[in-house]
Design a protein around this ligand. Structure first.
Ligand SMILES: [Zn+2]
Length: 92
């Protein structure tokens, strides 16, 4: 469905590397090549794609709640609540 991505110069990376870089990726702290490696991996790997969606939703929930809730316990509850509403489980 999607057009093939040009992967010239992009090395395949494993799940551990992809997840480790994921958070930097979401913080937009990766350079273009490392970003492309993560994107290429996430495009092919369902497990990391799921992790990616979670991480993105998590960061959105945190950044939305951060300014209004300075208390970290309440912030955590708000984040968990937001993620649960979006269909993510809290890992239990
Ligand atoms: Zn993976």
């Amino acid at each position: 469905m999607n057009p093939p991505i040009s992967l010239a110069g992009v090395a395949p990376i494993d799940c551990r590397t992809a997840v480790a870089r994921l958070w930097d990726f979401l913080d937009e702290e990766l350079d273009a090549i490392r970003l492309a490696e993560v994107e290429a991996h996430v495009a092919l790997c369902a497990r990391c794609a799921e992790h990616y969606r979670f991480a993105r939703a998590f960061l959105d929930a945190v950044s939305e709640s951060w300014q209004e809730i300075p208390d970290t316990t309440q912030l955590r509850e708000r984040v968990v609540e937001t993620l649960t509403r979006q269909g993510f489980r809290d890992g239990r």
